[in-house]
Design a protein. Structure first.
Length: 441
């Protein structure tokens, strides 16, 4: 490799150590923390208590709040919060409100006993999901408005690294904390999961502190509405009309790709923790493997995905990520035939985190490049909502499928449903669907 080429790669890497990337890393941590606590980690907790797989699958529909966030995204984009928006700015005030609600919801989940009343913990999970989706709306807009289009791949990689590390903390970390609390006789809490969820609530302070220390990005000011009808036009109609107007018929191809890109990962993920429980893996084993190998591969995947997207273009890395995501599900199918195989678990979790990191970094950069900064919160919320709507709806039936056909068939099926993703990316590349500049006028 030539010296100039090596220097070029080091210049690309340097962007990760600049303050905008560091801020987005910590805010990404805040965004990634709640997700597993209302989905994957909760499913481990419920399965360990003997809740049946079908019920756990249906409870995953709590995550549909993430698919509906485009409904209130215009409010986050335009409406100030009395008392704090003037002091902190629109993006940071909405971030802080959402983070506070997440902490309240997590404390409620900590103090609820699903064996006594499952509905109570579901209501608090719904609050966490709603507040988390609101945080995503404000944070996606904050990230997009904090840098020019050419830096979005690097910010996406930083965001994804923080996000994935938070998921490991909320997954492996929560399992490890619960296991430690079970062994302790000095803790006041009768349920080890209470301790784990209270620590998770406290961990949200990372996002709160980062939000308070971050500068408010410059937001493009839209004309003030002179009537309720004009306000509705500006907040609800224009963001979507702008997207259709820029891409015309290609918009439908883009939306179809967005709708199915994460389908293999999301549908499979709901049954991953019940699978670990049913295969006899302990909380400590799952936590240890995920903490060590999951962290390493997550970091590698996110950084590799961001750098490759910068070097070779987002669409090529999207295609690569889709292949890797489907292939990692086939590894879970293989693992399901092994019984309690700790070495196999290490290899499978490592491959899954590496592929997810690459795919997610490229996908976030792709979604960010599609937005117009005048409507960044609303448009990105639409894209990210479509990303999870179909997958999370299908995931609700995952427990029923496993009960009827078994884990091996389930994991193979989740790999096969990723084939349409490859076809759509191929069509997009062949039709040369290009991203217009993110206009600010």
């Amino acid at each position: 490799m030539e010296l100039n080429s090596i220097r070029s790669w080091f210049n690309d890497l340097r962007v990760y150590f600049e303050w905008p990337s560091i801020r987005i890393f910590f805010l990404g941590f805040s965004a990634g923390l709640p997700l597993l606590l209302v989905l994957g980690t909760l499913s481990f907790r419920l399965r360990e208590l003997g809740i049946d797989r079908s019920t756990i699958g249906y409870l995953s529909w709590v995550g549909l709040f993430y698919a509906g966030k485009w409904l209130w995204a215009p409010l986050v984009d335009r409406v100030p919060i009395p008392g704090i928006t003037k002091r902190l700015g629109r993006r940071r005030s909405w971030l802080l409100l959402a983070q506070a609600l997440i902490m309240v919801g997590l404390v409620g989940m900590a103090m609820s006993d699903p064996k006594q009343d499952l509905q109570v913990i579901i209501w608090f999970a719904l609050l966490v999901a709603f507040a988390s989706a609101t945080q995503d709306i404000a944070l996606d807009a904050f990230r997009i408005e904090s840098a020019k289009a050419e830096y979005q791949a690097a910010l996406a990689a930083s965001y994804q690294t923080g996000y994935r590390l938070a998921m490991i903390w909320a997954g492996a970390g929560a399992l490890w904390l619960a296991a430690r609390a079970e062994e302790s006789t000095s803790l006041y809490f009768t349920n080890a999961w209470q301790f784990a969820y209270l620590v998770m609530a406290l961990s949200m302070s990372v996002g709160v502190i980062t939000t308070l220390l971050s500068p408010e990005p410059q937001i493009i000011q839209l004309p003030k509405a002179r009537s309720a009808g004009e306000w509705l036009l500006q907040t609800l109609i224009q963001p979507f009309a702008d997207f259709i107007g820029r891409y015309r018929w290609h918009a439908f191809l883009i939306l179809a790709l967005i709708a199915v890109y994460r389908i293999s990962d999301v549908v499979m993920g709901i049954m991953a923790n019940p699978f670990y429980v049913d295969m006899g893996y302990t909380k400590d084993e799952v936590a240890a493997v995920t903490k060590v190998f999951g962290v390493i591969m997550t970091l590698l995947g996110a950084f590799i995905g961001g750098i490759l997207a910068l070097r070779f273009g987002v669409m090529r890395i999207l295609f690569l990520g889709a292949i890797l995501s489907a292939a990692s599900n086939l590894l879970f199918a293989w693992l399901s035939t092994r019984g309690h195989d700790l070495t196999g678990l290490i290899w499978v979790i490592s491959a899954d985190n590496l592929s997810s990191g690459i795919a997610s970094a490229a996908f976030i950069a792709y979604l960010s490049s599609l937005t117009n900064v005048q409507y960044s919160a609303t448009q990105y919320a639409l894209f990210s909502s479509m990303m999870v709507l179909l997958p999370k709806w299908m995931a609700g039936f995952s427990g029923v499928y496993v009960d009827r056909f078994g884990y091996e068939s389930f994991f193979i099926s989740t790999a096969l449903i990723g084939i349409p993703v490859l076809i759509l990316i191929g069509i997009a590349i062949r039709m040369q669907v290009k991203v217009p500049s993110r206009t600010q006028s």
